[in-house]
Design a protein. Structure first.
Length: 575
């Protein structure tokens, strides 16, 4: 449930903080006051498209923050755990900032999240029914989506299994079509692969060969310098009057001194130890020098071999191992291509088996949808009765489209897609004696609004969404239909939080909380304010909605009577 909404520097809103409670919250105000901007801000908070146009003129950024709370088993909390966001006591703070540059920053409970992560969570927070969304009923492809949403828990496993089988079926079919119909491309690719394989095979590469050659090259390249350096080092140790000889002379001199005084014995031992160490070092240097290889011809061979390996690396991989792996893969691909006929036969067999499995699953999904369609139609008819369409008949038709190249299901070829074999269409007969016809062809604007309200009410129950927002859902209705919508909103608000923008006094009178949105202008700026109305202020606002700009005692009396009737009706609903 949305507890609080704070908006700063968003369009004409300078700063607004609104608290929301349970039940039905109604938002009213003059046209252009900013009611829809409030809904736009909530849409932005839920991951809507960000734009620098939303930033108030002269400001660096727009800020929107919402505080939500949830019951322990709410789907939103499970979704938060999946993306690694911590929550405390079922509370969540969502914050979105839009910079004047157009960049946006999203946070959940103070933790930075990506826009994609926010959009994963958003559908479980609020369901927004926009002002023109009822027109989506005119889009037949949405009907299947809504049917599946209604039966989500019942059909989830079957849909998942169908999707898996369809992916396998589509992959086999694509491979078969390619290998069967693209013979010229196939021959060209085989020629290219043979050339590549021959080039790799003739190179006779060995695993890690390049690394070993690099080490040997480095050693051979420095051979001459190493010999010269070691020779100088050796001569420094064993040459005339150098190194070892000097230390030997030092030992002799100290030894003669020790004959008279042994106080320097420890010093003598240190020099003696140094003498033996240097003598050993000289032998080691000489041995290493004598074993150094310096072979210019071998160095040239290594450089030539490395040039060949580097040429192959540029074409087939970053290392010798990758080149060898690529060679093995194209060898397998060539084997499959060269055995094309047997491959086609094997693929045809696999496709037939996959089609049989897919047809069984598609049929099961279709039958399940027909049962769910019947339940959905019954539920919508019940909702429509509450909305003064008591004699309307509603049906959810589940059919298939014939396709000679489609999937064989029970002897008939039908079109198959990633969603199944079904085409779903909503049919309605608004009045007795009329035949069922597609909603897309016969429903009026007012009927569409009521059908959509019924749909949203039912789907919200199925999806366990705590907060619903209706932006002028009463468009195109008046009189008894308007009163029916008002009563339906009240009934829905007893099970969840409902926010509704309206221009109809019948709807506004039902509010548990009535928020008035108005625009203030002076010579330098425009601001939108949101005010929670007291009872008497509601009387004046309803009088304005009833009588237009002129508020009279008569319209105020009518408003008071409407509020009293609304209170009585709400008490009756609670009993």
């Amino acid at each position: 449930m949305l507890l609080e909404l704070t908006i700063k520097n968003f369009a004409v809103i300078k700063e607004v903080s609104v608290s929301f409670g349970r039940g039905l919250t109604i938002l009213t105000g003059e046209t252009g006051a900013g009611k829809s901007i409030l809904i736009d801000a909530i849409g932005m908070l839920l991951g809507g498209r960000g734009s620098a146009d939303y930033v108030r003129y002269g400001c660096k950024k727009a800020e929107i923050e919402g505080l939500f709370d949830f019951v322990d088993d709410a789907p939103a909390l499970a979704m938060l755990r999946e993306i690694g966001v911590e929550t405390e006591e079922g509370m969540m703070i969502v914050r979105r900032e839009v910079m004047s540059s157009g960049k946006t920053v999203c946070r959940i409970n103070g933790q930075l999240v990506t826009l994609a992560m926010l959009r994963e969570v958003a559908p479980w927070l609020i369901n927004i029914h926009g002002q023109h969304e009822h027109q989506s009923l005119m889009q037949g492809d949405r009907h299947l989506e809504w049917l599946d949403a209604f039966g989500d828990e019942k059909s989830a496993r079957t849909k998942q299994e169908f999707g898996k089988l369809y992916g396998q079926y589509k992959q086999i079919r694509s491979e078969l079509e390619y290998i069967s119909t693209n013979e010229r491309e196939l021959v060209q690719r085989m020629d290219m692969l043979r050339f590549q394989l021959q080039e790799i095979v003739e190179a006779d590469l060995k695993p890690l060969e390049d690394e070993e050659l690099q080490k040997e090259k480095k050693r051979l390249s420095g051979g001459e310098k190493m010999v010269r350096g070691l020779e100088d080092a050796y001569r420094s140790l064993v040459g005339e009057q150098r190194g070892v000889d000097w230390i030997s002379n030092t030992m002799s001199n100290l030894e003669s001194v020790l004959a008279y005084d042994e106080e320097l014995k420890e010093t003598y031992q240190m020099v003696e130890q140094a003498f033996y160490q240097m003598e050993e070092a000289a032998r080691s240097i000489r041995s290493y020098r004598d074993n150094i290889e310096f072979d210019p011809e071998r160095l040239s061979q290594i450089e030539s071999r490395l040039d060949e390996i580097n040429r192959l690396k540029r074409k087939y991989g970053l290392s010798v191992d990758e080149i060898l792996e690529y060679g093995a893969s194209i060898e397998d691909e060539l084997d499959q291509m060269e055995n094309r006929e047997s491959r086609i036969e094997a693929l045809n067999k696999k496709l037939k088996e996959a089609a049989l499995d897919l047809a069984v699953e598609a049929q099961e999904l279709s039958e399940l949808r027909r049962r769910i369609a019947s339940e959905l139609a019954t539920s919508i008819e019940q909702e429509l009765r509450d909305l003064h369409m008591s004699r309307a008949r509603f049906e959810v038709a589940v059919t298939q489209i014939e396709d000679e190249h489609g999937l064989d299901v029970n002897g008939s070829r039908v079109r198959v897609t990633g969603t199944g074999i079904d085409q779903v269409e909503f049919l309605i007969a608004p009045n007795p004696g009329e035949p069922l016809r597609p909603v897309t062809k016969i429903a009026s604007g007012g009927e569409l609004s009521r059908i959509m309200l019924a749909m949203k009410t039912i789907l919200a129950d199925a999806e366990r969404i705590d907060t619903m927002i209706f932006d002028e859902v009463d468009t195109g209705v008046s009189g008894r239909a308007a009163q029916a919508i008002a009563e339906k909103l009240v009934r829905v608000s007893r099970r969840r939080q409902v926010l509704s923008i309206t221009h109809l006094p019948q709807v506004a009178s039902m509010a548990d909380t009535h928020l008035y949105i108005e625009k203030h202008m002076n010579e330098t700026e425009t601001e939108t304010h949101v005010t929670a109305l007291s009872h008497e202020e509601r009387v004046i606002e309803l009088a304005r909605m009833l009588g237009g700009a002129q508020v009279t005692e008569t319209t105020k009396d009518n408003a008071r009577e409407m509020l009293a009737q609304a209170d009585a009706l709400k008490k009756e609903m609670q009993e």
